[in-house]
Design a protein around this ligand. Structure first.
Ligand SMILES: [Zn+2]
Length: 98
């Protein structure tokens, strides 16, 4: 029996309807148990967490971590800096004696 890919099982657990996956779940105990575990975990998280307070904590943590954003932007610029350095080295290299 071929099992649906994990993202499809995750989507069904999150509430997205998928008749093909639902039919599989009716016949496959391991997949049904996996989806039930995800569904129960999400329900437990929702009941234990105030969504507004959780979002506020995430925003607060983002606001207090500006260094992490700089690291990401440097990571984005690193290939450009490396390419610029390669061009400079190439321009400064002595001409080959042909
Ligand atoms: Zn299965």
């Amino acid at each position: 029996m071929n099992h649906p890919p994990a993202p499809k099982l995750d989507a069904v657990a999150a509430g997205d309807p998928d008749p093909e996956v639902s039919a599989h779940l009716a016949a496959c105990e391991p997949c049904a148990a996996h989806v039930a575990e995800l569904t129960e975990g999400a329900a437990a998280f929702r009941s234990a967490t105030n969504p507004g307070a959780f979002a506020a904590k995430v925003r607060d943590r983002e606001a207090r971590a500006p260094k992490a954003r700089r690291v990401v932007s440097i990571g984005w610029a690193a290939p450009l800096l490396a390419a610029a350095a390669a061009v400079v080295l190439w321009l400064r290299a002595p001409a080959s004696p042909d």
